[in-house]
Design a protein around this ligand. Sequence first.
Ligand SMILES: Nc1ncnc2c1ncn2[C@@H]1O[C@H](COP(=O)(O)OP(=O)(O)OP(=O)(O)O)[C@@H](O)[C@H]1O
Ligand SMILES: [Mg+2]
Length: 429
Amino acid sequence: MPVIRVDDLGKRYRLGQMQPYKTLRESLGRAISFPIRAALGTRDDLEERHQSREILWALRHVSLEVNQGEVVGIIGKNGSGKSTLLKILAQITWPTEGRVEFKGHVGAMLEVGTGFHPELTGRENVYLNGAILGMRKAEITRRFDEIVEFSGVERFLDTPVKRYSTGMYVRLAFSVAAHLEPDVLLIDEVLSVGDVDFQKKCLAMIKGFPESGRTVLFVSHNLWSVRQLCDRIVLLEDGRIISRGPADEVVAKYVGEGSGGIEESGTLDPFAVSVVGKGVGGYEIMAVRITDRDGNLANRFGISQGALAEITMNVKTAGVRPQFSLALFDDHRHRVFGSLNNTDPAYGEALEPGEYIVTCEIPADLLNNGLYSISLICGTLDGRDSQRLETVTKFECIDDGILRGDYKGEYTGALRPRLEWQTRKAGTS
Ligand SMILES: Nc1ncnc2c1ncn2[C@@H]1O[C@H](COP(=O)(O)OP(=O)(O)OP(=O)(O)O)[C@@H](O)[C@H]1O
Ligand SMILES: [Mg+2]
């Protein structure tokens, strides 16, 4: 039985018009990152945007049915229309064309503080938010302790939420939205600002929703959690649904073989297999690709996930001892780092003929979000022969938010390593 039915939905924006609402990133990000942006002179860009009167269809011809108890993921590149779809379903904004029908209460976790009033305390906001979700006071009181416990913000319950960190906001807002038993829960990315433990708790909770007959629409760039949670995924591109179906299939289409977003953006090719058959000193490189930690091809991965560069080679002459030097470049062709395969336990071993897979770890919590490419120098240990393979593969590292805490601004630089910080009182150890 469909609880949500979306029929030929369209949303048109006039670029440069005043935004009728603020998004999470805008409302919080602006305050924190404004001084940085102002210093960079980005004000001009803003003015330019104001003058533009271009029309943009954020969504067009979108039809979708979601059944009771389904967990449906919505994925797609930045600006593909995911948030717009959820905002229409949550009635924060209205469609330009088409129809939406749904049954029951809708709870939305679209952005931090949707329905939260900054001057009110956490306690007051739980009641306010509950009321917005259509709950009676008695119902809210009944669930109050559970909500607070799940959120972990007990100590700050009587503090106005404007003093909360982004993470605390999200914790409380998620708890309210999830515990007040909406029939449909819309979740847009926000979980990514909570810490890892809280995210796990939320994911576990969402997983249990279908059993109680609740329906979830879940937008995220974290393909790992989307895959974990969702039975079905809808892939948006430029406001249109370009693929829908079982989670694994759609994710594979999004990241995968030849149809990845990177290729379509015109800047990069997908998994480059351009080096097929490049021979050097008794072996041939068949492919250089990026995979996730389980070995699935993936040319996008989250900053906190890391990945593997995978070299497939065909050894033709017995006794070959390959040597590789891998270099990573950022989108501006700056070299980020280089690495030799001399940490491979098989380094220096004379190989039998046959096909081999060599992997090199791209560590988690190291790269910044952005596009990267890999070049490879392939040689042999005796140094007799070597060949440079430029830009053998490219990938995108996606901001999964895990390192952010409550910071919503930009991180600059080619790297975004996770570093340990500590404060101690001078004179103590
Ligand atoms: N209020 C608005 N006024 C004008 N344009 C808007 C507005 N909201 C969204 N857009 C535009 O609509 C398009 C779709 O935006 P939307 O926020 O739905 O994308 P998204 O898929 O959620 O992206 P992200 O992954 O970055 O969150 C974008 O081009 C965006 O610039
Ligand atoms: Mg969005």
